[in-house]
Design a protein around this ligand. Structure first.
Ligand SMILES: NC(=O)c1ccc[n+]([C@@H]2O[C@H](COP(=O)([O-])OP(=O)(O)OC[C@H]3O[C@@H](n4cnc5c(N)ncnc54)[C@H](OP(=O)(O)O)[C@@H]3O)[C@@H](O)[C@H]2O)c1
Length: 268
């Protein structure tokens, strides 16, 4: 009997299903999925062994938890029967920029609605997902949510008023990190390295540095200082970053993303 239902079976739904099965949080027989065209649902079902439902009724009748994982623009045209079909169930949305009040309009009879904001490293189980709930969570729903989001990485509860800020840091952040890594690679090439070698050095430097921060739980500034001797090589580079107001540039970057997220959340 399916307990967990996915409406949408694209990249985000696949990442969650893969994580849940890898961590044995759910059995494949407890998960079902449905999409309008059926294309990606068939692919996900075939690859993972979960059930592909033929329609929304078949998907939702037996489900207790419903993950909404289609594109945000599909919410406006969503099947009106979803209100009744999700009555009494826990609804978890991964739709970017769809507020709890907007979600509640489509799922008014759900026992609770959760708004989540995952990021792309979720695809390898290394994501960060911020979330907020429409109502205080029942302890059993809290456990379900932990299992579900824990399958794709770290989960952090935030008040909904902070979701746009979280979006700018962890939602958009991977793109900023990728851009910084590409810039490091290009600089490596300019400094005399072959492109492949420069890319490998840049990527593994990012990876190792991130792991060092996470595993030692040291402040980034403390770890930076450990690499920096007075008037040494790192010091020379950091001086250039400061001269170009690197922190000011990152601040502008994050505030621009946050402002855009606020704008998109208003266009519900
Ligand atoms: N990818 C990310 O890193 C990421 C990060 C944060 C949040 N999100 C959120 O995750 C959601 C899904 O993104 P994605 O990257 O997984 O997109 P995706 O790979 O394009 O998948 C979209 C899915 O929606 C299905 N679909 C389309 N119309 C539908 C309808 N009317 N009813 C039911 N299903 C429908 C598609 O099915 P068919 O094509 O088979 O019809 C497909 O399975 C988005 O809301 C996005 O905001 C994604």
């Amino acid at each position: 009997m399916a307990k967990l239902a996915f409406i949408g079976a694209g990249r985000m739904a696949s990442a969650i299903v893969d994580g849940l099965l890898a961590k044995k949080a759910f059995l494949a027989s407890e998960i079902a999925c449905y999409t309008a065209s059926g294309t990606s649902a068939a692919q996900l079902a075939q690859r993972t062994g979960i059930r592909k439902a033929e329609n929304l009724d078949a998907l939702l009748t037996e489900a207790d938890v419903v993950v909404v994982a289609f594109k945000p623009q599909h919410l406006a045209g969503a099947d009106a029967r979803l209100a009744d079909l999700t009555a009494g169930k826990l609804v978890i949305s991964v739709l970017a920029a769809k507020t709890l009040s907007r979600l509640h309009r489509t799922f008014p009879k759900a026992r609770n609605v959760i708004r989540t904001m995952p990021n792309t490293p979720a695809a390898i189980g290394a994501g960060v997902t911020g979330w907020c709930a429409h109502q205080p969570l029942l302890p059993t729903d809290r456990s379900t949510l932990s299992a579900l989001l824990g399958a794709i990485g770290l989960e952090i509860e935030v008040p909904e008023t902070q979701i746009d800020a979280l979006m700018a840091i962890s939602g958009c952040g991977p793109a900023f990190v990728f851009e910084f890594t590409a810039a490091l690679r290009e600089a490596g090439v300019a400094a005399g390295l072959e492109r492949d070698r420069a890319e490998k050095l840049a990527v593994y430097t990012m990876l190792g540095s991130a792991r060092l921060m996470a595993e030692t739980q040291s402040e980034p500034e403390a770890l930076r200082n450990q690499v920096t001797s007075p008037n040494g090589t790192t010091f020379a580079g950091l001086q250039r970053l400061a001269a170009r107001d690197f922190r000011g540039m990152i601040l502008e970057t994050v505030l621009a993303s946050k402002a855009r997220s606020e704008e998109l959340s208003r266009d519900t």
